[in-house]
Design a protein around this ligand. Structure first.
Ligand code: GDP
Length: 474
């Protein structure tokens, strides 16, 4: 109303006319506000920060999508040969023809099969990497290779891997490893897997099985062709002609080069000099190397590269995306940083101010040496009186510390102060109450607000918390 130069009552009236009971204190959502403003001849523009203005996650049009290499994760029980298999694949002659054929460990690598298909492997075997990437909602893997030692069998982590893959909706190809061993019995493995609905084609199922020896480099090409075949079945596609988006695979600080990150481009093409954003960090891609330590200028979907130029170390599984200019990048990362700071603060405040009982327990156990209080009252006289009385509560072990006091209602600022106190704090109101916003924020952060109208009661409750004798909160 103020912005439009009309009376608040007129705005409320318009709302009531259109069937919405509204007063001066009613919070309007953007759509409603826009509709009402329109009635007064104004257009409303939403200038709030909206990440989707910069990070477009909507799918690319079908006609722009081109086939892409599958991204594969190797999983299985410990000692069944995951690391050996990844080494064998890396070393397999598929990269022989390329210059500088020695692969560097950058967390992922790409191979070319004899039939000229490309396959990308995430080079961290095991479930941790898979779940870590997935924990952030990232879908990094298209196919799981489940490694099972032919001389062993279905073990706990084998089952875990099956469940992880199923949960993520990712197809499984089984690699029966160590078939060179005299005690190897691939049929027994196949039999055991039928229980988990992994049934080979020859038995009427749809699961692809490869029999390999990572140690003797046997059956590797067949496994790769199977992966290419599975990828074809999945019809994996991405649009290479757009700004790049993808995932952080791993990142660390290099003394000489600064933050170094291995990233997987999932769609679009990444070029040297592009400005990328990931979490609260951004930067211009300064150097870009592939898994053969070759300098590359531009890479497309399903390609892992190692880049430098970021302002910090993003977490594995964090998405990244390219933005047009540094100003946008700064705006986005500032926003994300602020968001995360709030989240951390909220969870910390929740931990310590979870309940008065917890707080009291922590005091009894000596974990908290002072109970921090934010005190608000209706008149200066009573605030002073209570503050003085609070000062006398406690003993050598524990005391009350009023970190802020004042006259007036309990505001959002008071609550935020309590929430940001590392050991937690309570807000005490004498003859005053929290306003709506303060109550809301207190709820969000789990901050306790205690209100009283008798000085004695306020003192009693605070000493109760200190002594573990809690009065019920009214
Ligand atoms: P991971 O824990 O699953 O990564 O298993 P590793 O790759 O570390 O392998 C565990 C052990 O099995 C090592 O001693 C390997 O040398 C051995 N191994 C791996 N693959 C084969 C294979 O194909 N044949 C034989 N005989 N041993 C293997």
């Amino acid at each position: 109303a103020h912005q439009m130069g009309v009376k608040a009552g007129e705005v409320a009236m318009k709302l009531v006319e259109s069937g919405m009971m509204a007063t001066v204190n009613t919070l309007l959502d953007f759509e409603t506000a826009a509709l009402v403003a329109d009635e007064f001849g104004y257009t409303v523009e939403n200038v709030a920060f909206d990440i989707t203005n910069f990070y477009d996650t909507s799918p690319d049009p079908e006609e722009k999508q081109k086939p892409r290499a599958p991204v594969v994760t190797v999983m299985g029980h410990v000692d069944h040969g995951k690391t050996s298999l990844l080494d064998a694949i890396r070393k397999s002659n598929v990269t022989g023809g390329e210059a500088g054929g020695i692969t560097q460990h950058i967390g992922a690598y790409k191979v070319r099969t004899e039939e000229d298909s490309e396959i990308t492997f995430l080079d961290t075997p095991g479930h941790e990497a898979f779940t870590q990437l997935r924990a952030r909602g990232a879908k990094a893997t298209d196919i799981v290779v489940l490694v099972i030692a032919a001389d062993d069998g279905v073990m706990p982590q084998t089952v875990e891997a099956i469940n992880h893959a199923r949960e993520a909706g990712v197809p499984i190809i089984v690699a029966i490893n160590k078939v060179d061993k005299p005690t190897a019995n691939p049929d027994r493995i196949k039999q055991a897997l039928t229980e988990y609905e992994l049934i080979p084609e020859e038995w009427g199922g749809t699961t692809l099985f490869a029999e390999v020896s990572a140690l003797q480099q046997q059956g590797i090409d067949e496994l790769l062709e199977m992966l290419a075949l599975q990828a074809e079945i999945e019809e994996l596609k991405a649009n290479p002609d757009r700004d790049a988006q993808g995932l952080i695979i791993e990142a660390e600080l290099d003394i000489g080069r600064g933050p170094v990150a291995t990233i997987l481009v999932q769609r679009g093409s990444l070029k040297q000099g592009d400005i990328i954003v990931s979490g609260q960090y951004y930067g211009r891609v300064r150097t870009m190397h592939n898994d053969k330590a070759q300098n590359v200028e531009e890479v497309g979907p399903s390609t892992p590269v190692e880049i430098t130029g970021l302002s910090g170390i993003p977490e594995a599984g964090e998405p990244f995306f390219v933005v047009d200019d540094e100003k946008d990048a700064k705006r986005i990362t500032d926003h994300v940083a602020e968001q995360r700071r709030k989240e951390v603060m909220a969870s910390r405040a929740k931990e310590v101010t979870g309940s008065l009982e917890d707080l009291s327990k922590m005091i009894q156990q000596g974990e908290i040496k002072e109970l921090k209080v934010i005190l608000k009252g209706d008149v200066q006289g009573s605030v002073e009186a209570i503050k003085e009385a609070f000062g006398k509560i406690g003993n050598e072990e524990v005391r009350v510390k009023v970190i802020h006091s004042g006259v007036g209602g309990i505001t959002e600022n008071d609550v935020n102060l309590a929430a940001s106190s590392e050991t937690g704090a309570v807000v005490v109101g004498f003859n005053v109450r929290p306003d709506n916003r303060a109550a809301e924020v207190a709820e969000q952060h789990g901050v306790k607000i205690l209100t009283h109208s008798v000085i004695y009661d306020a003192i009693n409750q605070i000493s109760g918390i200190l002594e573990g004798l809690l009065e019920p909160i009214i």
